[in-house]
Design a protein around this ligand. Structure first.
Ligand code: THG
Length: 385
């Protein structure tokens, strides 16, 4: 699909920061959890270089919270999460794949234990609220399941910590990765976590009062000049380089956490039961037939790629390209690919049947992307004069 405009309507929800995002010149948006999510400000590459050097303010309100509250909150949280939450601590975040009874992924949220009897599941793009409400009702579990008025604002980039200290004080430095603590703002206590959908370091502020959105944005913006603060958003290039998966793109309702390469975040060997566990154990025993891998591709710079695109070997389809982009720092095209297991190994050669023509791809482990591209650069280097 060519880039087209999105028509606004009530169904497409704005956020507490939408005015600031627009005033600051967002030039592209996508729809995520029925909400506007900016995708570009100055340009994908310009945003990328700036994110890796300075600090950005991101409207990630689309990370909606599914709140589970009440006497059975912990029980229900454990039941829906493929990540073992049985010893989950208040003040901690857990990347927690959520599966249906067949082990297929429904979402991949960050779970926060807010209190003994309260969880937030900070969700990716799918209607997990309905799943959890249906389970609570159908199983007669004593909880309230809701989408509270919580809109995360992310501060991401190597200078994020210093900027956050200027706004919220020195105690910001004590927040460890994937933990959160409450900080005062305008008479409220806001949960602030060291987390975010980039590998550049940073924080997520869980604003729980929409009416304070612009005040919060402005309080940070006003301290930002000396850190070259700019508006930003999750960046396609940076997140692929960093190996961060996007639900709906790299894995969908058709895939299990084992196929998505998320086994380190799930627990199949413990005593605790969860929805999908038996199916996942069966799949582990039988062996997966496809697996999400990294991929490096030759040819022209991939800028606007229509995914999924088929991957072939000797003219036979072996998988799909799920995300791809040109990485300026690796000087090569990188992406994710869901491929059949016979081809899911480092160094496997595939052909990407792209709309712009075919190109050669080399499969690699997620997280080692770029290594071979670097070798390709060395290979491509011109001999000295
Ligand atoms: N923050 C919050 N909510 C979110 C996201 C987020 N909801 C949607 C989406 N992102 C969920 N998906 C992810 C995927 C990866 C990570 C976080 C959310 C992530 N992973 C780290 C990594 O892979 O290095 C660490 C995971 C861990 O150690 O537990 O951060 O970004 N609020």
């Amino acid at each position: 699909m060519a880039d087209t405009l999105i028509s606004p309507s009530r169904r497409l929800r704005t956020t507490p920061y939408s005015n600031r995002v627009a005033e600051n010149g967002a030039t592209g948006y996508t729809v995520y959890n029925h909400m506007w999510l900016p995708t570009v400000f100055g340009g994908l590459r310009q945003d990328y270089s700036h994110l890796k050097e300075y600090v950005q303010i991101w409207d990630v309100s689309v990370e909606r919270q599914v709140e589970i509250k009440g006497p059975d909150a912990h029980k229900l949280a454990c039941l829906i999460s493929a990540r073992d939450l049985s010893k989950a601590q208040v003040g901690r975040c857990y990347y927690a794949p959520i599966c249906d009874q067949h082990g297929k992924m429904i979402n991949d949220p960050v779970a926060l234990r807010i209190a003994d009897d309260q969880y937030w599941f900070s969700i990716a793009d799918s209607d997990m609220l309905l799943w959890v409400q249906g389970l609570a009702y159908g199983m007669g579990i004593d909880v309230e399941v809701s989408e509270p008025d919580v809109s995360p604002l992310a501060i991401q980039g190597p200078m994020a910590e210093d900027l956050m200290v200027d706004v919220f004080g020195e105690a910001i430095r004590d927040i460890k990765f994937f933990r959160f603590a409450a900080f005062p703002f305008k008479g409220r206590m806001l949960n602030i976590a060291r987390s975010g959908w980039s590998k550049q370091g940073g924080f997520e502020i869980y604003l729980d009062d929409s009416s304070l959105g612009e005040d919060l944005w402005d309080a940070i913006w006003d301290k930002g000049e000396k850190y070259y603060l700019r508006p930003g958003c999750p960046n396609l290039i940076e997140r692929i380089e960093g190996g961060l998966l996007s639900y709906g793109n790299d894995m969908t309702r058709e895939d299990t956490p084992l196929e998505a390469g998320l086994e380190k975040f799930i627990n199949l060997d413990g005593d605790a039961d969860f929805i999908g566990k038996a199916a996942l154990i069966a799949q582990r025993d039988a062996g997966v037939t496809k697996r999400l891998m990294g991929i490096e591709m030759d040819g022209m710079e991939m800028t606007s790629v229509s995914v999924p695109e088929p991957l072939t070997v000797d003219g036979k389809k072996v998988g799909i390209l799920t995300s791809a982009v040109f990485s300026p720092d690796y000087e090569g095209n990188i992406g994710f690919a869901m491929v059949s297991v016979e081809h899911a190994y480092d160094g496997a050669k595939v052909t990407v049947e792209s709309l712009q023509g075919s190109r050669e791809g080399t499969i690699c482990e997620v997280g080692t992307m770029g290594k071979r591209v670097q070798e390709m650069i060395a290979f491509r280097k011109l001999p000295p004069e």
